[in-house]
Design a protein around this ligand. Structure first.
Ligand code: M6R
Length: 611
């Protein structure tokens, strides 16, 4: 959840580090800090609670210069989000550490270190690492060996950068279970917890594997494996440049990302449709050879990606007749469902770095699945590198904490996976072709929907002063209702819950009075008459109805109801994608009206890299 960046160069690198921090801030933003090794060998740091901008303002007032340094933006786990607990953490003036992850045995390490006379100046688990490295350095080891031996005493997953007064011109980057990438420049080199921190500096990267230690200097990077042996990690050229994370004329990243959705969906679909049919090789050649054997699918994911999985379950059942189980990844890893024969495991994760999804997938790799696959937006992510087969969405970098274009691209990729499996299960080509056309039409339909923006901005006013909202949907629209509720709560801090509409009278109806906003999703499908009954149940209790519906859906009495009609009718493969868009706009505008920070909602982070 935290962001880490380190630079070694032959020039002052403070501005490079600070720019890296700004680009990483989406990963955690409750405090930030920078530490440099000054020309005389002294380690000096500046840390601030709050956003990176505050750190930069104070840095500019009292700058320092150095050719090697590390920096960090924090999402607090151990210790309050204060300056005292902000990284880099020091051991005396000898060692500085910035860390992402959790040291699970930190209490024990802290007691041991305290017993040997070490005094602590923060409440963090990270400070143990700094003291352990300092002790190893004092025993005469070089920085790489000292870091390796210090890290071998930790339990947990982490990525870390370490700077030492005794090691001029170098810092160390290491990881276990959390991502760390080394960036290669001209006469300067870098490391970061993800490439977005380095896009302004380089496009050439080497991803560290678990247990690797990289000694980073301006003129070279030496990577050693878990036993200290020299290792070579493949050179990867990123397709993304600094422009991928520019906000342009938009007010927020989230707004930009909502408006990029038609293009993102188009880009994702392009390689997945071949001559009007789903690409048989969508997960690569190896899985294609066994596609016909797949008899069931298990999906694990978190947050919006989990909601996408729930939509896919409905599609797989309906169009491919395929049983599908969808688990929240943090549940899967401790309570995995029995693994039936010929079952495909699929992890869905935009970032490919979500700790629970990675842990679930690690477990899945040991469980005898027909194949372990990932659907991710990041080709170089830990998840994609971990699995046997992968399918990539092409949403581009998503910076806003709320998942928007990533979710829509996941949905269309899952629709294509459904159709590829349906074809294997014997659905006639002409039917599959017609369904593929429905999916292929989505980018244009999304473009039309975005024209609703001004109206949604105005309607968001109905939510501004509400404390609670219920979202209702049936079939594949139930997970869309869940997504709508998730968006509203994470951005506007309005308490929102989603229910399968039929569940309303089994409990949640007790909450409905004239202060309750009830958002119902009403595509014109066979379940509309049932939904109409639910609307009447809400109306009878004085609840404020907000209905997002098909253009000509018969909603019964509409007086006192706010009705948003989509411009065109949609099929079962289209509706979950299309109905998500007005709900995104609603949540976005409700949050903006409330003055909330939509790109960085309180207490959240873009990549949840701790469990
Ligand atoms: O990167 P991932 O897709 O694995 O992230 C999963 C969730 O953390 C993410 O979807 C989260 O729920 C978003 N904030 C929702 O908008």
């Amino acid at each position: 959840m935290c962001g880490i960046v380190g630079v070694a160069a032959k020039r002052d690198i403070a501005s490079l580090l600070l720019e890296g921090l700004q680009r990483l801030e989406y990963r955690g933003y409750d405090s930030a800090g920078i530490a440099l090794r000054l020309a005389g060998g002294e380690l000096r740091r500046l840390r601030r609670a709050g956003f990176v901008s505050r750190l930069i303002e104070d840095f500019e007032r009292d700058p320092m210069a150095g050719e090697v340094g590390i920096a960090h933006t924090r999402w607090a786990t151990h210790g309050a989000p204060t300056e005292r607990n902000a990284h880099p953490l020091f051991s005396g003036r000898e060692v500085a550490v910035a860390h992402n992850g959790i040291v699970e045995n930190y209490e024990q390490l802290r007691d041991q270190l305290a017993a040997s006379g070490v005094s602590f100046s923060s409440d963090t688990d990270t400070e143990c690492i700094a003291h352990l490295v300092a002790l190893e350095l004092r025993a005469g080891k070089d920085l790489a060996a000292a870091t390796r031996d210090a890290l071998s005493q930790l339990v947990g997953t982490y990525s870390v950068v370490v700077l030492a007064a005794a090691e001029p011109g170098a810092f160390v980057a290491a990881n276990r279970g959390a991502p760390m990438v080394v960036g290669l420049g001209e006469s300067e080199n870098y490391a970061a917890s993800d490439i977005s921190a380095l896009l302004h500096a380089t496009r050439r990267y080497r991803f560290l594997r678990n247990g690797d230690i990289a000694l980073v200097r301006a003129d070279r990077v030496e990577i050693s494996g878990p036993a200290g042996e020299a290792v070579d990690r493949p050179l990867v050229e990123s397709e993304f440049g600094p422009e991928s994370v520019e906000r342009g004329a938009y007010r927020h990243y989230m707004q930009k990302e909502i408006f990029e959705q038609a293009g993102a969906v188009r880009n994702t679909l392009r390689p997945l449709i071949v001559e009007g049919l789903p690409d048989h090789f969508l997960f690569g050649a190896e899985l294609a050879g066994r596609f016909g054997d797949i008899a069931a699918v298990h999906i694990a994911a978190c947050g919006s990606a989990y909601n996408a999985g729930l939509v896919a379950r409905q599609w797989l059942q309906e169009h491919a007749g395929m049983p599908c189980t969808v688990e929240i990844a943090s549940e899967y890893r401790y309570h995995p469902p029995p693994c039936p024969e010929n079952c495909l495991y699929l992890a869905i994760s935009q970032s490919g770095e979500t700790a629970d999804t990675l842990a679930a997938t690690r477990l899945a790799l040991e469980r005898g699945y027909l194949g372990v696959a990932a659907l991710s937006n990041v080709a170089t992510s830990s998840l994609v590198r971990m699995v046997e087969h992968s399918l990539l969405t092409r949403a581009g970098l998503e910076v806003g904490v709320a998942s928007t274009k990533a979710l829509l691209t996941q949905l269309v990729a899952l629709a294509m996976m459904t159709l590829a499996l349906a074809r294997q299960q014997g659905k006639p080509d002409q039917d599959v072709r017609a369904l593929t056309q429905q999916v292929a039409a989505l980018p244009d339909l999304i473009e039309q929907l975005l024209e609703m923006d001004a109206r949604m901005e105005q309607l968001a006013g109905h939510f501004e002063n509400r404390g609670h909202a219920l979202f209702l949907g049936r079939g594949p629209m139930w997970p869309v209702a869940m997504e709508g509720a998730l968006k509203l709560k994470e951005l506007s801090y309005i308490h929102a819950e989603a229910y399968a509409a039929g569940e309303l009278k089994h409990g949640p109806l007790a909450l409905v009075d004239d202060s309750m906003m009830v958002v119902a999703l009403a595509p014109d499908d066979g379940l509309l008459p049932k939904l109409r009954t639910n609307l009447e149940e809400v109306r009878a209790r004085g609840g404020q109805l907000f209905v997002v519906s098909a253009p000509r859906a018969d909603l019964g009495r509409e007086d006192g109801m706010i009705v948003v009609r989509l411009p065109a009718p949609s099929t079962n493969l289209q509706a979950p994608v299309l109905y998500t868009v007005p709900l995104q706009l609603l949540a976005y505008h409700a949050a903006v009206r409330k003055g909330n920070n939509v790109d960085r909602p309180r207490n959240l982070a873009k990549s949840v890299t701790v469990d």
